[in-house]
Design a protein around this ligand. Structure first.
Ligand SMILES: [Zn+2]
Length: 172
């Protein structure tokens, strides 16, 4: 959200109010109207993140509270029948999520998880605004590394995962 014009900011904020939108689509609309550019469902990254923002070295997962077992969330309630089946299933999902995030972090990606409940109308604006804030913060941090720590930079280029999956795309 660096250098945002008034008009951009207006579009960005009005995207928050759009109704009847699926959670993932809501995040996409918001980020797009704020001027963030991303790719969808990168097939070669662990866990197939919903959104990939290369410029920010950040991936975003938009998670359903039930399927991904959102701890302590009122939308995560195990069914009264076949409880054990569901419990095992969701535990597996959780473990997989954890493993994917560790892998992504090791590859140098920032991981952001947005839960479906955080996109309910009452809290949506706060969630999306803090997402935009987090992204610009991540960006500034990375730039600082680049500017002041040339040694670090050499190291992180060597560990850069983008190298391993071919040509950069023109989706910026
Ligand atoms: Zn939740």
């Amino acid at each position: 959200m660096d250098k945002m014009t008034l008009e951009q900011r207006h579009r960005c904020m009005s995207a928050i109010k759009s109704k009847d939108t699926k959670p993932e689509l809501m995040v996409r609309k918001f980020l797009f109207s704020c001027g963030f550019r991303f790719r969808l469902n990168h097939p070669r990254l662990p866990g197939h993140p919903d959104l990939v923002l290369r410029k920010y070295r950040t991936v975003i997962f938009v998670n359903g509270c039930f399927w991904h077992g959102h701890e302590g969330c009122k939308y995560f309630v195990l069914p009264k029948t076949n409880t054990e089946f569901w419990q095992n299933k969701i535990e597996r999902n959780r473990n997989r999520d954890k493993r994917d995030r560790l892998q992504l972090a090791a590859m140098g990606w920032h991981c952001i998880t947005i839960w479906e409940c955080q996109l309910k109308p009452k809290v949506r604006q706060q969630t999306l605004e803090s997402l935009a804030y987090t992204l610009s913060h991540v960006y500034l941090e990375d730039r600082r590394l680049r500017t002041y720590e040339p040694v670090e930079e050499t190291f992180s280029v060597a560990a850069e995962p983008e190298e391993s999956y071919g040509k950069p795309r023109s989706d910026r």
